[in-house]
Structure formats: structure tokens, C-alpha cells
Design a binder for this molecule. Structure first.
Ligand code: NAD
Ligand code: DAU
Length: 341
């Protein structure tokens, strides 16, 4: 099986690349990634020498580069590449529109011309907007994106659906809730809290900290994507979630406890503009149709994550200092095994 992954040097992408290489023998995997600030080749240092793995640096918004990679012919595409941080989208939406909308469009254009068996589009629960207390949205809920990031992801989804409808591109859309686990860039809540607390720095809580997120351990998401690759019918949309929304304050307190740090590090700061209060998804469809269920309980996942960041302080320090960019030069640019198109 020949698979093209976009955005494989990011958090979920790198976990997925590792997961697929481990779980499949007969596999050739191409990772097409622009290496923005969020793309870190150090996250895949352990598989960089695997002959089944190929890294190609490129921008999904560059149609020529996208066409060139598609010319290689793939059985499946798994599309993660995106600008992903809500706060950054509030500061400046333009890179979000370019990558998330135009970049997705470029991939769909290529997928039309170089057909594959599956185009898995990695979407997000944020396309639904905030969910009222006591409710979990199913796949039938109306899309109501409320941040520039969410709007760009919802726009991408509409294009994906349009290309399925109009040109028969065999797409599957996965809408997952907040992921956590190893290799997440320390701008997102959990790794940021761990990174700051380790250094006895304040951990910033937006607003009252009672916003809820339906956290899922990243490995469980990777398993859902693999099931979708193998079994999902083209045209399907699936929610992926643990189904157990939790308030931010509880998460932060648990992290501080794990690290043996005082709650006095918690610092309430101004809320995120337009902050979605609550995300919660009903994932019974993927459980019923594809036989998926989360395997890692939240507490266990959080414990594993905190331990991982403590054991991989160098990864964290390199990420925070930008040192990982030098890794790219050392390991790819000047090496003969660098794969270039
Ligand atoms: P991330 O920010 O950690 O990584 C994004 C990756 O995409 C990076 O490697 C980056 O270099 C690459 N990229 C960005 N722009 C690119 C471009 N123009 N061309 C090629 N590569 C580019 O993201 P993540 O958190 O791993 O999220 C991956 C996907 O999953 C995204 O589509 C996101 O919307 C979705 N998602 C994320 C979560 C979450 O909790 N993190 C939850 C649900 C869905
Ligand atoms: O729900 C899926 C989405 O989850 C993905 O599509 C996004 O790519 C991903 O970034 C994430 O979005 P969130 O905005 O929910 O994640 P973030 O980690 O930024 O914030 C989680 C919650 O924590 C949210 O309520 C805001 C709050 N928060 C966040 C940060 C960074 C704080 O209170 N303090 C902080 O410093």
C-alpha cells in the first residue's frame, strides 16, 4: 500500500506516521510537509531511516509541488496539513485561509486527476461550534464554525464534499475532538501547561477555566484513521471522541499534581475572544460501523503524556527554542538520502 500523508511532521501526523509504519509491513509512506513552525522532523527521528518512509518538503498550497507528488500514484491520501492554533487564527487568519482552504482545494484538484482509493480528510469538532450543556452533537448537526480557524476547516470540508459530489473523489471526513499525547507543540493547552509548570512559570487559564473539551488520546485517533482507511465507505463522515468532556481547570490541576507543582502557578488571564464554551461529540456512528472505541482512559493518557514530556525534555527544549529547525538541516538538507522532487 502506498500512502501519502500531508502534515506528517506535526503532532497528530507524526503519531500517525509512526503508528502506520508499526502496524503495517507492506507499506510505502510519503510525508508531504511544509515544515512550518509546527512541523518538527525531530518528532520522526526514529523512523527517518526506515526505507518505507520518505519525507518530501512541500506546501499544499503550491499546486505544482502537489501535482508532482501525486504523479507518484497513491492508494490513499491522509490529509492532516493545516494551520491549527485558534489563538493564532484570531491574530491573523490569512495563513489559515491559504493552507486550510486553498491548500485543501489543491489536493482535491490533484486527487481528481490522480485517483486514489481513499482521501481521508482530517477535520475537527470545531466545525460544529459550541455545544450546549448536556448535549453531544451527531454528524447530522449543522456546521456553525465560530473562530477563523474553525471557519477555514468548515470551508475545507465543504470543498471536500463538493469534490466528492461533483467529481466522485472518494472522500471520508473524520471530525475529531481535542487530541493530546506525545509530540504536541507546546502552544496547545496540555503541553503548554506541562512546559510552563516544569519551569515554575505561570500557567495561563483563559477566562474562568470552566470551558469543556472532549479530550482523546492521540493513539486512539490514529486507530480511528486506520479503520477509516481500511473500512469506511467513500462519502462517509464520522465523529471521533471519547465522549467525556472535561473542564480545563480539572486538566490543569491534574497536570500540576502529576508534576508536584503548586496550584499557585495558575494564573487567570483574559479570555480568548469568541471562546467556544463546550465541545462534545456523539461518536456512536464510528463505534457501530467501524468497530472503533477509545482504548486509553483520559487519566492514563494524561499520565503517559506528562511522563513523556518529562522524559523528552530535549524535544521540548528544542521545540521551544526553535533548535529543531537545525535538525532539518543536519538530517535532511545535507544528507544524500534526502528525497527531493
Ligand atoms: P500541527 O499544527 O501539530 O501540525 C500541522 C502540520 O501541518 C505541521 O507539520 C506543518 O508543518 C504542516 N503544514 C502546515 N501548513 C502546511 C502547508 N501549507 N503545506 C504542507 N504542510 C503544512 O497540527 P495537529 O494538531 O497535528 O493537527 C493535524 C490535523 O488534525 C489538522 O488538520 C487539524 O485541523 C486536525 N485536528 C487537530 C486536533 C487537535 O486536537 N490537535 C483535533 C481535531 C482535528
Ligand atoms: O477541538 C479540536 C481542536 O482542538 C483542534 O481542531 C485544534 O487544532 C486544536 O488546537 C484544539 O483547539 P482548542 O482551542 O480547543 O485547543 P487549545 O489547546 O488551544 O485550548 C484548549 C482549551 O484550553 C480551550 O478552552 C482554551 C484553553 N486554554 C488554552 C491555552 C493555549 C487556556 O485556558 N490557556 C491557554 O494558554
Amino acid at each position: 500500500m502506498k500512502v501519502l500523508v500531508t502534515g506528517g511532521a506535526g503532532f497528530i501526523g507524526s503519531n500517525f506516521v509512526r503508528y502506520l509504519l508499526k502496524s503495517r509491513r507492506d507499506l510505502e509512506l510519503f510525508n508531504f510537509d511544509k515544515l512550518t513552525y509546527a512541523g518538527n522532523p525531530e518528532s520522526l527521528a526514529d523512523v527517518a531511516q526506515d526505507p518505507r518512509y520518505h519525507f518530501v518538503r512541500g506546501d499544499i498550497a503550491d499546486q505544482q509541488a502537489v501535482d508532482q507528488i501525486f504523479e507518484r500514484g497513491f492508494n490513499a491520501i491522509v490529509h492532516f496539513a493545516a494551520e491549527t492554533h485558534v489563538d493564532r487564527s484570531i491574530e491573523d487568519a490569512s495563513p489559515f485561509l491559504k493552507t486550510n482552504i486553498l491548500g485543501t482545494h489543491g489536493l482535491l484538484e490533484a486527487a481528481r486527476r490522480f485517483p486514489a482509493m481513499r482521501f481521508i480528510h482530517i477535520s475537527t469538532d470545531e466545525v460544529y461550534g459550541s455545544v450546549p450543556a448536556g448535549v453531544s452533537f451527531t454528524e447530522e448537526a449543522t456546521l456553525n464554525p465560530r473562530s477563523p480557524y474553525a471557519a477555514s476547516k468548515a470551508s475545507a470540508e465543504h470543498l471536500v464534499t463538493a469534490y466528492a459530489n461533483t467529481y466522485g473523489v472518494p472522500v471520508v471526513i473524520l471530525r475529531c475532538t481535542n487530541n493530546f499525547g506525545p509530540f504536541q507543540f507546546p502552544e496547545k493547552l496540555i503541553p503548554l501547561m506541562i512546559a510552563n509548570a516544569r519551569e515554575d512559570k505561570a500557567v495561563p487559564i483563559y477566562g474562568d477555566g470552566l470551558q469543556e473539551r472532549d479530550w482523546l488520546f492521540v493513539e486512539d485517533h490514529c486507530r480511528a484513521i486506520t479503520l477509516a482507511l481500511d473500512k469506511a465507505k467513500p462519502g462517509s463522515v464520522y465523529n471521533v471522541s471519547s465522549g467525556v468532556p472535561q473542564p480545563n481547570l480539572k486538566i490543569v490541576r491534574t497536570i500540576l499534581q502529576h508534576l508536584g507543582k503548586p496550584e499557585s502557578l495558575m494564573q487567570y488571564v483574559q479570555d480568548r475572544p469568541g471562546h467556544d464554551r463546550r465541545y462534545a461529540l456523539d461518536s456512536s456512528k464510528i463505534r457501530r460501523e467501524l468497530g472503533w472505541a477509545p482504548m486509553v482512559r483520559f487519566e492514563e493518557g494524561l499520565h503517559r503524556t506528562t511522563e513523556w514530556y518529562q522524559a523528552n525534555a530535549m524535544w521540548l527544549d528544542h521545540t521551544r527554542s526553535g533548535e529543531y529547525r537545525k535538525y532539518y538541516d543536519r538530517h535532511y538538507t545535507r544528507r544524500s538520502e534526502t528525497f527531493r522532487i
